[in-house]
Ligand binder design. Sequence first.
Ligand code: ZN
Length: 441
Amino acid sequence: MAKKEALIWNEEFETMPRPELEKLQLERLKKQVAYVSERVPFYKKLYADAGVSADDIKSLEDITKLPFTVKQNLRDHYPFGMYAVPMSEIKQIHATSGTTGKMTVTCYTENDMGVWAETMARVYTSAGTTSNDMVHNAYGYGLFTGGLGFHLGARTIGAAVVPVSGGLTKRQITIMQDFGTTVLVATPSYTLVLAEAAEEMGVDVKDLKLRIGILGAEPWTPEMREEIEEKLGIEAYDIYGLAEIIGPGVSVECPYHCGMHIPEDHFIAEIIDPHTGEPLGYDTPGELVFTTLTKEGLPLIRYRTRGRTMLHAEKCECGRTMVRMEKVRGRTDDMLVVRGVNVFPSQIEHVLLSFDAVEPQYMIYVDRAKDKLDTLEVHVEASDELFAQGAEQIQEVEKKIAKSMQETLVVGAKIKVVEPKSIERSMGKARRIIDKREVGF
Ligand code: ZN
């Protein structure tokens, strides 16, 4: 492959020889395990029950002695029960939607904000962004970590950031045109919406100064990447993040586009067999598991992401020694990502069950519409009583469910109340989701 210009934000850590890096990881892991055991009752009990302590961590492989943590642990301790510091030390709080309306609440101490700023600075730099760039940030600002995370990173590298957030698409094009924005950060699906709006407005993308897109927070295909790169005249960089771990900043592509580098001085990544929990090592697909090494507010040890992917450890042409993860190809549970928002089928079920006029027989359809935005449609069976009342009553119920669904899921869903007994019954495990989008490779 031809040599490319590869900028690196933090040479010392990002190109650290692996033996040295592993030494640092071990040191930090021991410290982090001792820290949570002392400060978080959940971990104290977890490790006491498993009969392990920080003293048992003598090599990096000893991480496998520690039990896993899962999203349900965070839900059980909603909202702040797994925090390791008093609220006076928390400086920023974010949240993602979760099942039955319960959110996952994540937090940052001053030092955690520093770690986030550092990992996001690495993201921007890896994608070739410098202080000479102007960043158009179309990720949503708010509880979602996307907007503020990308904002923080742009500020850290000294770029000018335009906090556009989502919506008012045509105005976004005007801004890019008039301001001369050079870097676009957004979800891939919204990026395509922007590209189409530009086309509609008769804007020649060659007149835009855009050169880079840092895109993620949802599944997207290589075909979509090609379309985006061609339509907007940019080089697209894939990014991965997880609110529980840090938000965006968990990994990003370099100019060689051979997977996403993980800042391993801050996070240990493992791949495990989702059924047995056994570690699988490099170059083998399995479930991605993260351990935070430097977090103070909400450290997570061996946190199961439910995402399926693979890790590669050979040194990259860009000079980084940090492992690369492939795009997440589906999940080991049934969480859906719709327009960048996590949606659990159980949330949908919960809303439906709160309406007596419908039966607990439903089907969820996810698709990507012509305008490139994900669509979510829920079909649910009417009760015999509602069905007998006729179309007008049914429409009324559809509206009410749609409103409640929007409040719970954050993303809108089209609700269709259908005839009783019209949804196909399956003999085994009910199939309730039909996802027509092409996801992953
Ligand atoms: Zn690289």
